[in-house]
Design a protein around this ligand. Structure first.
Ligand SMILES: [Zn+2]
Length: 70
């Protein structure tokens, strides 16, 4: 019974055997896995930090007072 499955490495597209021995699946190698994870992390870092919805509301409702001091 051949239970192995061939998948494409998400990073380089190389054919990878999906086996229990392949610890980097679905990637073809440790390197490809690191590269993919790195790209993912980078995108995550680029996202603006989510603030509390309550805080956002507060900021929306109260406009900053105009400086009309002379
Ligand atoms: Zn690869």
């Amino acid at each position: 019974m051949a239970d192995s499955k061939i998948v494409a490495c998400p990073n380089c597209g190389k054919s990878v055997e999906w086996t229990p021995e392949n610890r980097w699946r679905p990637f073809c190698s440790h390197r490809c896995k690191l590269i993919d994870l790195g790209a993912w992390a980078e995108e995550k870092y680029r996202m603006p930090v989510a603030e509390d919805p309550e805080r956002m509301e507060e900021r929306d409702a109260g406009e900053p007072p105009e400086r009309s001091g002379r």
